[in-house]
Design a protein around this ligand. Structure first.
Ligand code: XUL
Ligand code: CO
Length: 450
């Protein structure tokens, strides 16, 4: 495994040149260049920013390099070189080499990781931390050499059996303490690597049955835990965003970070709504009974939109399939809401997506990510057009125009009582006239952008 690939050199693990090029929508695949970006033109300006900055793509470590292709019935189907690279630390080094090769081939600007994806757990937390630090040093060097940046880090507080009854919400304060120590280490490493965000996904923060659960106590524990993280962030001067990743269920039957609405209420209850934002995932939105764009729009409206985990759930299956996004209208509507929420900002588009377990060729990783990156870029262009054209927004403004009237404003300012409003109806013999919401006409309009 080669360590540093100068651009133009062929990669050691993938059969692609070191960086895919942008060739435009008319690119015709050839034997020399089977894959090129048709839409992802990283320097193209979209609404005043480069595409690279509007999208901030990240490759995630866990699905692409950690996961072996298991399913509930099957053993690992992938045979990656790092699975056979000697002791666990040697494997971790080999994995990092291939990971940075993939970033290089894709020309991906960011990556994301959990502590346990990148380095093995040791016999004690001190040993685990030391393992992570060693790979952290490798990352720092590779990031320096390649210019790849860290979108976010996170701690795995769900795989080890110590966390089977939760991390922050565990009935045992010693588990809470252990989890706090683990997060401290990963937050500090994320800070040192210049991470733009730190994510908390409450994998086991939920319950299986109320028969053994003190819900009120667990929520209070979770609030305290999150406050500890925020306090430490300020103490060490970490400028990144702290993000919660909502998910309604899986692995536990009920998870406390159910969706954006639930997370916002939780943040308010613990005085954290100005400190913590959300990392939203398509498949999680779907599991909560929402569309992805609903979750983005709501987070935007509440001022807590932080970042995206891009993937796709299967509409026929009720679980987190984490497929790569490949539905232009869906992603375009999501990107439209991102732009309306003010853009991706310090967040990014992290591919929390995994290959199907029959996609066992190393190159499948390249095809999957590049196809998804191109799709998101194309979706961004569609969303740009929707915004620039303004017809959709004009319709919404028109629909609510009554609220811009003196009466409408006075109601919202709290200057009218229930009695005032009742008198008003009587005085004017008020009988509101329903107006068409024009959904089909708007769907027609949306189709014209594709
Ligand atoms: C799990 C999930 C996680 C988080 C990070 O469904 O999405 O991988 O993104 O812990
Ligand atoms: Co995720």
């Amino acid at each position: 495994m080669r360590h540093d690939l100068a651009s133009g050199q062929r990669s050691a693990y993938f059969s692609f040149p070191s960086a895919l090029a942008y060739r435009g929508p008319g690119h015709v695949p050839s034997a020399q260049e089977p894959l090129a970006y048709r839409y992802y033109d990283k320097n193209r300006l979209v609404l005043g920013k480069s595409m690279a900055e509007q999208l901030r793509f990240a490759v995630c470590y866990w699905h692409s390099f950690g996961w072996g292709g298991t399913d509930p019935f099957g053993e690992p189907s992938f045979q990656r070189p790092w699975h056979a690279a000697g002791d666990p630390m040697a494997q971790a080094h080999a994995k990092a080499d291939v990971a940075f090769e993939l970033f290089r081939v894709l020309d991906a600007p960011f990556f994301t990781f959990h502590d346990r994806d990148v380095a093995p757990e040791g016999a004690t937390l001190a040993e685990s931390n030391a393992n992570l630090r060693r790979i952290g040093d490798v990352f720092a060097r590779k990031m320096q050499d390649t210019g790849v940046r860290l979108l976010w880090g996170t701690a795995n507080l769900f795989s080890n059996r110590r966390y089977m009854a939760g991390a922050a919400t565990n009935p045992d304060p010693e588990v809470f303490t252990y989890a706090a120590a683990q997060v401290k280490n990963v937050l500090e490493l994320t800070h040192e690597l210049g991470g733009a965000n730190y994510v908390l996904w409450g994998g086991r923060e939920g319950y299986e049955t109320l028969l053994n659960t003190d819900l009120q106590r667990e929520l209070a524990q979770l609030g305290r835990f999150l406050n500890l993280v925020v306090e430490h962030k300020h103490k060490i001067g970490f400028k990144g965003q702290i993000l919660i990743e909502p998910k309604p269920a899986e692995p536990t039957k009920h998870q406390y970070d159910y969706d954006v609405g639930t997370v916002y209420g939780f943040l308010r209850a613990h005085g954290l709504e100005k400190e913590v934002k959300v990392n939203l995932e398509q498949n999680h939105a779907l599991l909560a009974g929402h569309t992805f764009e609903h979750e983005i729009a709501l987070a935007g409206a509440l001022g807590i939109f932080g970042s995206l985990d891009m993937n796709r759930g299967d509409e026929m299956l009720g679980w987190d399939t984490d497929q790569f996004p490949n539905n232009l209208p869906q992603v375009a509507m999501a990107m439209y809401e991102v732009l309306k929420a003010g853009g991706i900002g310090q967040g990014g588009l992290n591919f929390d997506a995994k290959l199907r377990r029959q996609s066992i060729d190393p190159d499948d990783l390249v095809w999957a990510h590049a196809t998804a990156m191109d799709l998101c870029a194309r979706a961004l262009l569609v969303a740009e057009q929707m915004l620039a054209d303004g017809a959709l927004q004009r319709h919404v403004q028109d629909r609510y125009a009554g609220w811009e009237s003196d009466d409408g404003r006075a109601i919202l300012r709290g200057e009218r009582s229930l009695e005032d409003l009742a008198r008003e109806v009587e005085k004017r013999g008020l009988e509101p006239q329903p107006r068409s919401a024009r959904q089909e006409r708007l769907e027609h309009l949306v189709n014209s952008y594709f």
